[in-house]
Ligand binder design. Structure first.
Ligand SMILES: Cc1cc2nc3c(=O)[nH]c(=O)nc-3n(C[C@H](O)[C@H](O)[C@H](O)COP(=O)(O)OP(=O)(O)OC[C@H]3O[C@@H](n4cnc5c(N)ncnc54)[C@H](O)[C@@H]3O)c2cc1C
Length: 385
């Protein structure tokens, strides 16, 4: 592409930062504008599948990212009493497919790695985009502090509540999945955990996941069926939450009790009904702004990272940026749509409350051969750059 063009990336989340690095490495000039006035390293853990790691590899970031996290060897799905429903041998599958799969990292550590790879002058903080106007030859983005920027092109990576998507696709609103979630990162509990394994335990309308991280920390998450924006649950202390999970197997109640109130992060689970377009002339949507998904497949950030790798390639290959945006849309829309839909359905199955349906589900899952997990990993990691 013409390297004199100016590109504004809005939002310095995982997607926006990864893209900025990818463009920088291809000699394409882009500046990231981020709402936050400082990059506070908040958040919990993330699991990244093979597709995210391959995308980092395509950008040349794989080693730095892998050094910040931990590769996990096995994944278990259990019932609330701890009986194994199904398991996936991530180590075997990774070796067979020759990929790095099932990688866990603290979000803060990943952000730190990404920030270290981006020249300081490429990121402007304290810039909350509040509106934009698209003209024939440019896009004017206005910020809450009264300033504005005139860019040739804009890449909106401003997350699920994207102001760009809200204006471009007015009927697209986040939809509530029917369950809420708590997350935390804590030092490994006194109880013995296998730090090579990740697990999810499924109860009635509730799930609890444990993901080991580096430096003797664990990331845990809990989900529960409820109405949206439930004020009572929002104010739950770890002790309140431990009561909700008191019938779950050990060490789940202890892990929750060992968590400090300030470590607890609460959020309703929301996603976006798949869009039919990501490219709108001089503006393109990416990451959660384009295709936010429920976290059931652990693919939201993975898709944002894939977007970054592929959008950078499209912009490198095609001189006309509007065409590059269209090519990106073509390459991304059916894959991201499938993942959003599969993840939504998986959430419904995992959050079942009816005991009979739960027994049937668990019995059916026990009969699923290991090749199915392998196929899923293969589908996710089969990306051509
Ligand atoms: C409970 C939970 C667990 C998850 N677990 C996983 C997982 O294990 N694996 C996985 O792959 N994904 C997971 N995800 C999904 C993942 O968090 C997101 O998909 C990912 O963070 C999306 O990245 P993004 O850069 O597109 O958007 P975001 O991370 O939302 O970043 C958007 C950025 O834009 C900035 N911004 C917003 N509005 C503006 C504005 N108007 N102007 C300027 N800046 C703005 C924000 O401050 C932010 O920095 C999970 C999500 C949840 C809720």
């Amino acid at each position: 592409m013409n390297q004199q063009k100016s590109i504004a990336i809005i939002g310095a989340g995982i997607g926006g930062l990864t893209l900025a690095i990818a463009l920088h490495r291809k000699g394409i000039n882009a500046i990231v504008y981020e709402n936050a006035s400082e990059m506070k390293f908040l958040g919990a853990g993330l699991t990244l599948a093979g597709n995210a790691i391959q995308s980092f590899k395509a950008i040349g970031l794989q080693n730095e990212v892998l050094a910040a996290g931990k590769i996990l060897k096995r994944l278990f799905i259990k019932d609330h009493l701890g009986r194994v429903i199904t398991t996936a041998d991530a180590e075997y599958i990774s070796a067979k497919l020759n990929i790095v799969n099932n990688f866990a990292v603290h979000r803060a550590d990943l952000h730190q790695v990404l920030l270290q790879q981006l020249p300081e002058e490429k990121l402007v903080l304290g810039k909350r985009a509040i509106d934009f106007q698209q003209y024939n030859d440019r896009v004017l983005v206005t910020f809450a502090d009264g300033t504005s920027v005139d860019a040739d092109y804009v890449i909106a990576s401003d997350g699920i509540h994207s102001i760009f998507r809200r204006k471009l696709v007015q009927k697209s609103q986040p939809r509530y999945a029917g369950y809420t979630a708590w997350r935390a990162v804590i030092d490994q509990s006194a109880t013995a955990l296998n730090l090579d394994e990740t697990s999810e335990s499924w109860g009635r309308g509730k799930r609890f996941g444990i993901v080991p991280l580096t430096n003797n920390r664990i990331y845990w998450f809990a989900t529960m069926n409820t109405s949206a924006k439930n004020e009572r649950l929002k104010n739950y202390t770890p002790q309140d939450l431990a009561k909700e999970f008191e019938d779950f197997h050990l060490p789940i109640p202890q892990i929750i009790e060992e968590t400090k109130s300030e470590q607890l992060i609460w959020s309703d689970i929301i996603d976006l009904e798949p869009l039919k377009k990501f490219a709108f002339c001089r503006v393109v949507l990416m990451g959660d702004a384009a295709h936010a998904t429920t976290p059931n497949m652990g693919q939201g950030a993975c898709m944002a990272i894939e977007d970054a790798a592929i959008l950078a390639i499209c912009m490198d290959e095609e001189k006309q940026v509007e065409k590059a945006f269209m090519n990106f849309e073509k390459r991304r829309i059916s894959r991201t749509t499938k993942i959003v839909n599969d993840s939504w359905r998986l959430g419904k199955v995992a959050q079942l409350e009816n005991p009979l349906l739960i027994s049937l589900r668990n019995a059916a899952m026990k009969m699923v051969p290991p090749s199915v997990a392998e196929k899923q990993v293969k589908f996710l990691s089969d990306i051509s750059f």
